[in-house]
Design a protein around this ligand. Structure first.
Ligand code: HEC
Length: 109
């Protein structure tokens, strides 16, 4: 029974690393339709976001855009909430912040 559990655990780990193997892939899977790296699309570009938001703010927006977009000053919210794994959330946040040209602004923590 114990080894069965261990095997299952290993399967989950390997599936997880398969589905989130690159930061760019997470972005392309969930965000590409509305956000582009450097050009404004339906939502602001990652370059713009990374210049004004911290890792904490970006994560909050992905999990709960309805409340956070109000705090950010948007009059309406057009971004859907995402249920990402902890790993995906970290990867996408790092990816967004990698577009920050001015490295003096707060980086991911
Ligand atoms: C259906 C379109 C859509 C998708 C898909 C989408 N967004 Fe957004 N996003 C928006 C829009 C539109 C805004 C502007 C605020 C608003 O209207 O709520 C926004 C705003 C944001 C902001 C805050 C911008 C600011 O002012 O700092 C962040 C961060 C963000 N999106 C990240 C993401 C990430 C990461 C993903 C993928 C996991 C994603 N978005 C997927 C439409 C989308």
């Amino acid at each position: 029974m114990k080894s069965y559990k261990l095997a299952f655990f290993c399967l989950i780990i390997s599936l997880n690393s398969l589905s989130a193997d690159s930061d760019k892939k997470v972005f392309e899977t969930y965000c590409w339709g509305c956000h582009h790296q450097t050009a404004e699309a339906f939502g602001p570009s990652f370059e713009e976001i990374s210049s004004k938001r911290t890792a904490q703010e970006i994560k909050a927006m992905i999990i709960d855009p309805k409340s956070v977009s109000k705090i950010f000053g948007y009059s309406r919210n057009a971004m859907p909430p995402f249920k990402l794994t902890h790993d995906e959330l970290n990867k996408i946040t790092e990816y967004i912040l990698s577009f920050n040209k001015d490295k003096t602004i707060k980086k991911a923590q």
